[in-house]
Design a protein around this ligand. Structure first.
Ligand code: SF4
Ligand code: SF4
Length: 474
């Protein structure tokens, strides 16, 4: 072992410190400072010219220089191999879980007919037998994971076409988690058309804490794509539901942004903010570029997709809103404890596969996670998703600065169409500045909420991101 004497006088470089390979920088307009986002640690902060200079010569500084601790805390410098750490995190994500997560489709039927929908709808409701199979599967998954917590996402089709199934299955799954001393919570993806006060209260009893409702623009703009099956507008009724009901859960309004409604992003955001204020409900907004859809292609109804700088700008807004530390995987499709179940009891790894029996890996009746391959009807449909986490099987991704947040992109697209890079891959400055703006908003919010400014707390001139502790803006 090295003696204290041997360590004296070492440079930071000799002690193993180096700049993170996952730093992105942008000059802060109107100042001499630079904003640095670290994608591995999920931090973003502002640095003065002297601090930026010290970062550039970090190798040569004394290892006890005070800047070392500050930069290391934000992940801007590190003394380990971050990519190797992502590889380990990716492998762990496949098998480690503190609970299980089930996306359940009580019906694949839908009362809407949206041209960009990726699903091939077929009617039909989940039978009592399939519900029994799901409860038994949840028990097997909890046993195999040595876990006790359950998270459910109600999906479809339109799940509110089958509220009775949501209510009865929720009761059984809540009892299962409760019996093991665990927690249960749920979310729902709904078009919002059937969200009456009675239904909202039922969802509240079923521990739904978050709903995602899509609104694609104001009035006629929304109605052009979010129309009833058989025709008919939906905007007024969805908005009336969100305004008139007292909702016991938060609502995330998703705006599917395409060419035809791109111009309404700011207006719709303002509309949603007013809706939240007027109703007293917890409603927030996020824009998401519409992806190409095979089903829409087949119907010849593909909506105008965003491309070029428009797609990049919307994607920056979307991604900056959910910045977090690198995890080594992209989504639940890469974890064995995250399962999608259609109304017939078929199991899938991905939301885009729920309507495609050919992509199912097994059934709720037969699949046993303690013997995951032998009980799968199609093991390839399980393993191919799991194997897309870090270490990502793609040399370009392994060298890419976006790897901690992108992890090679959506596994489903990688497997069945093409690798989906972040839309703003060649414009990192735009992303850093969007994160930086978010930090400003957070600091203002914190100052307004607590009656005191957050400050940077360390006297360094570094604008800490104000999220407490690790400097994450999440
Ligand atoms: S694989 Fe892609 S489409 Fe499927 S759940 Fe993950 S992110 Fe979504
Ligand atoms: S998919 Fe593209 S942006 Fe993402 S890590 Fe790979 S190369 Fe980078």
């Amino acid at each position: 072992m090295e003696s204290n004497d041997a360590r004296e006088g070492r440079t930071a470089g000799e002690a193993g410190w180096h700049a993170s390979r996952y730093n992105l920088m942008a000059k802060v307009p109107g100042t001499r400072n630079v904003a640095i986002a670290n994608l591995f640690k999920g931090t973003c902060a502002e640095y003065t010219p002297i601090e930026t200079y010290l970062l550039s010569v970090i190798d040569e500084l004394d290892e006890n220089h005070p800047i070392i601790e500050r930069l290391a805390k934000r992940g801007v410098i590190c003394n380990f191999d971050e990519r190797a750490a992502l590889d380990t995190m990716g492998r762990a994500a496949c098998s480690f879980g503190r609970g299980i997560s089930l996306t359940i489709c009580p019906t694949m039927g839908c009362n809407f007919d949206c041209p960009y929908c990726f699903e091939d709808h077929f009617a039909g409701r989940m039978s009592d037998e399939v519900q029994d199979d799901i409860v038994a599967l949840a028990e097997r998954m909890l046993d195999a994971a040595s876990a006790k917590n359950i998270h459910v996402t109600w999906f479809g089709g339109e799940p509110l076409l089958a509220p009775d199934i949501i209510e009865s299955l929720s009761g059984r799954l809540m009892a299962l988690a409760d019996g093991r001393g665990g927690t249960y919570d749920a979310g729902i993806i709904t078009n919002g058309y059937l969200l009456t006060q009675e239904v909202a209260e039922m969802l509240g009893r079923c521990k739904v804490t978050e709903a995602q409702v899509t609104i694609d623009g104001l009035g006629a703009t929304h109605d052009a794509t979010r129309r009833l099956a058989g025709g008919g507008p939906t905007f007024e009724r969805i908005v009336a539901n969100l305004r008139g009901c007292k909702l016991p859960f938060s609502v995330l309004v998703r705006h599917n942004v395409r060419e035809g409604n791109r111009h309404e992003v700011d207006k719709l955001q303002a509309f949603v903010e007013r809706l939240a204020e007027e109703s007293g409900n917890d409603i927030s907004y996020y824009p998401a570029p519409v992806a190409a859809s095979e089903v829409a292609d087949e119907r010849g109804e593909q909506v105008g997709l965003l491309c070029g700088s428009d797609a990049s700008e919307i994607a920056v807004r979307e991604e900056a809103g959910r910045f977090s530390r690198g995890r080594g995987h992209y989504c639940g499709a890469q974890s064995i404890w995250v399962i999608g179940i259609d109304e017939r009891g078929n199991l899938q790894k991905c939301w885009e596969a729920v309507d495609k029996p050919a992509l199912s890996f097994g059934t709720a009746r037969d699949w046993d996670p303690s013997n995951p391959l032998e009980t799968a009807s199609n093991p390839d449909n399980l393993t191919r998703y799991l194997n897309t986490a870090c270490p990502v099987p793609d040399d370009e991704c392994r060298e890419c600065v976006w790897l901690p947040m992108c992890t090679g992109g959506c596994p489903h697209k990688r497997l069945f169409s093409e690798r989906k890079c972040v839309a703003f891959r060649d414009d990192p400055e735009a992303y850093v500045l969007a994160l930086h703006a978010r930090i400003g908003e957070k600091r203002q919010g914190a100052a307004a909420g607590t009656g005191k400014g957050t400050g940077d707390g360390n006297g360094s001139g570094v604008a800490e991101d104000g999220a407490g502790g690790d400097g994450s803006v999440e």
